[in-house]
Write a protein that binds this ligand. Structure first.
Ligand code: PBG
Length: 324
């Protein structure tokens, strides 16, 4: 036998030498759930180990993560029902706790990269990412104005990256325009380009209490059966000025991550979503899987598929392991 691939696996030293993909803490963005008020910490029942935090406790969490080498955070607001309305009014209110917290976080840790989410659902009494008309249809162009105002208000807090997660057509362009018109040309856009209508978002909707009150998100989020359509979405977002293209979820869509990486020069991000986290956590709690190894293998697979950036609830745990 002239060729024996096992020779390159015979020792840890050689295995490491020929390793093709290396996961690092620098790859991660850590999603965090922000609560209104002070000194409160509530675990997300369907996401063991993940807590909704008030600003004071989130500042401590960010400080710990920075020490571990995590430099980027994606912050989502948990909005109480009484603050929600049809037009997601609170999303652009500078007195609302989310925008105030962003400002505080950014001034405490200017070196941290702070990303925000642009979509109506956390603030919407309908639980949809856009405006819902009387027939239950999600209006596209009318929603764009709301998204643009939301993005501008977020940029005004000093954050670094805007993450439109709404899947309305044309949103990257209107966000880029309003940012540029207001001298925020240095604020980046990480567009959720190929965002699928996925059952894996369930635990996230528990965390934010943001599930749609009626209907589903299938008229705006993508059909899980499609991948060429992801190329259309990615091309539009790139043309409209996105700085990063995102695929979401990650693990069930590794082929889509690979496809976008092969077809685009922009950095590709992948969102290892809530349900993907919960699956591994639940199996590990039952003793059915080695949680730590499954986590690291999953994260590695996302990187191997072509992701340059990984948004994951595992970021902190993985950073601890990578530091060892
Ligand atoms: C909302 C939004 C969702 C997620 C991020 N932004 C849920 C949804 O579209 O219903 C999901 C994240 C996760 O599951 O971890 N626009």
């Amino acid at each position: 036998m002239l060729r024996r691939p096992r020779r390159n696996r015979k020792s840890a030293a050689i295995r490491e030498m020929v390793e093709e993909t290396t996961l690092t803490t620098k790859d991660f963005i850590f999603p965090l759930f922000l609560l209104e008020g002070k000194n409160r910490k509530i675990e997300v029942e369907s996401m063991p180990g993940i807590f909704r935090l008030t600003t004071d406790l989130m500042l401590k969490e960010i400080e710990e993560c920075l020490k571990l080498g995590i430099k980027a955070f994606d912050i989502f607001p948990v909005v109480e029902e009484k603050h929600k309305d049809k037009m997601a009014t609170q999303s652009a209110n500078h007195d609302f706790f989310y925008l105030k917290a962003l400002k505080e976080i950014k001034s405490r840790f200017p070196e941290a990269c702070i990303m925000t989410d642009v979509a109506m659902d956390p603030y919407s009494s309908d639980g949809h990412d856009g405006i819902v008309d009387e027939n239950g249809y999600i209006l596209n162009d009318e929603t764009l104005d709301v998204l643009a105002d939301m993005a501008l208000a977020q940029a005004e807090t000093g954050i670094d990256i805007i993450g439109p997660s709404d899947m309305m057509d044309g949103r990257v362009e209107v966000i880029r325009d309003i940012l540029d018109d207001n001298n925020f040309e240095n604020v980046s856009i990480m567009s959720y380009s190929a965002k699928y209508a996925s059952a894996f978002y369930g635990p996230f909707r528990d965390a934010l209490d943001s599930a749609p009150k009626s209907g589903d998100k299938k008229t705006y989020q993508m059909n899980p059966a499609n991948k060429h359509e992801a190329l259309i979405e990615a091309e539009l977002d790139a043309d409209e000025g996105a700085d990063f293209l995102m695929v979401k979820p990650a693990l069930a869509y590794l082929d889509v991550i690979h496809l976008l990486k092969e077809n685009h020069e922009l950095p590709i991000a992948a969102y290892n979503v809530s349900g993907e986290y919960s699956l591994i956590k639940a199996a590990a709690q039952k003793g059915w899987l080695d949680g730590e190894r499954t986590m690291m293998e999953s994260l590695l697979s996302i990187k191997r598929a072509g992701a340059d950036v990984i948004l994951s609830y595992f970021a902190k745990e993985a950073a601890v392991i990578l530091k060892r």
